[in-house]
Design a protein around this ligand. Sequence first.
Ligand code: ADP
Ligand code: MG
Length: 505
Amino acid sequence: MSATPWGIEARPVEVEVDVQTGLPQIQIVGLPDAAVREARERVRAALRNCGFDLPPRAVTVSLAPADLRKEGNHLDLAIATALLAAHGALDASYLGGRMLAGELGLDGAVRPIRGALAIADAAARSGCSELLLPASNAAEAAALEALPARGVLALPELVAHLCGEAPLPAAPGDREWAPRGEPAVDLAEVHGQELPKRALEIAAAGGHNLLFVGPPGAGKTMLARALPGILPPLSRLEAVAVTKVHSLVADEPPAGLLRHRPFRSPHAGVSPPGLVGGGPFSRPGEASLAHSGVLFLDELAEFRRDALEALRAPLEDGAITICRARARHLFPARFQLVAAMNPCPCGHLGDPRHACRCPLPLVERYRARISGPLLDRIDLHVEVAPVRLAELRERECERSCEVAERVQRARERQAARFPAGHATPVNASLASRGLREHCRLDTAGQRLLDAAFERLGLSARALTRILKVARTIADLAGADGLAAAHVAEAIQFRSLDRRLAPQVS
Ligand SMILES: Nc1ncnc2c1ncn2[C@@H]1O[C@H](COP(=O)(O)OP(=O)(O)O)[C@@H](O)[C@H]1O
Ligand SMILES: [Mg+2]
């Protein structure tokens, strides 16, 4: 058995080898792509260079199921060992119930592959008793803790293990993977900014999307970078899904499971495939790499319009479908969107200390770069004013770990409302039934909401989003029912457009 990548998952592949007298050649059938076809040359050279001299025969390698496209470099190990068995150089019974995945070098060295965690999943699901794969991928596969994963450095070592001459150890399964990234900002480093910090806490607690608007240097980027530090760690279920995605693009194989929520901040020039995935190699995009974490779009107005439009589908569905010639892959993309932008091209509209000199049409054109439907999907719109001198001099601010505790408690209250095993049990993913059940308003709250609907010209979508934010505010306060005060605070985070409307008109 071996496996081939399938979106972020892997599909099991059965490798059969038949040997006949005839013209010496190796033929591979069963929809191999170019990399799989080239396995022929790699396997032939590796076997010869490791001292397995096989007589010249006509060899057919069949990859089943025949209608599944086989991609990549994963099948070499299985083809090589099946060849040995077909020639009688290895007892075929040794291969039963084992999955092998790895690329061979010409010298017989076993080279790393991508997607080892997904392959371990495929191996466990198809009932294999162990997985043999490149040594540098073993920790990742073992992290699934579903079957023993043994790392192999070279072909002779693999053969010795299969015959039982020199058994390979199983890799330990409890490893974590923490790829190097920019260190998160601690909230204690951000002085003042009580309102944006409050918004950050609400966003973290309920999984809501967030937009910061303010002049350059006000601290928008800094605030956004503080979000990962107050989010709860990934659950095991989430960690497996997130690691599968990152495994497909990581520079080096994961050393275990990712435990921290991803924080992705793509550059404003990112193309639609770069942002949502696809392109010739069907790679996951930034939106999928941010799955279960944060997608941060800094300087939102500078982003390509087509790229932002492409975000609408994952914002709604939490996943992206990528169609290829013969397959449709579903990449998960349930991220929390955090965006930051200036209110106008010069950045000083609404700033009490600097006059804005942007002509009105320019401001309007700048704002129009971000479409209404995208803004509508952002629950919290927050004005970030420049920090005052007195606040900068303040000594101690609350640290991220203290806020994280409140966030965690609010998340526990929310989780109790969802069925066990729900992928994202936060208020942001409440469906209409959950909304009706858990976001019932009293008369005062209803009156507030109705008034805001008229006054702010809200859409129906904005209205439900306000309700969800209000629910999170109540959860942070430990309240069971929704009170008018909760609704009022939620509405305040949707009234930014009015406050920052260009004054000239
Ligand atoms: N509230 C604040 N407390 C402490 N430092 C701040 C604050 N706001 C801004 N700064 C400082 O100013 C720098 C620029 O902030 P930044 O987040 O890049 O602003 P923006 O993204 O709004 O242009 C930060 O790196 C930080 O050193
Ligand atoms: Mg910035």
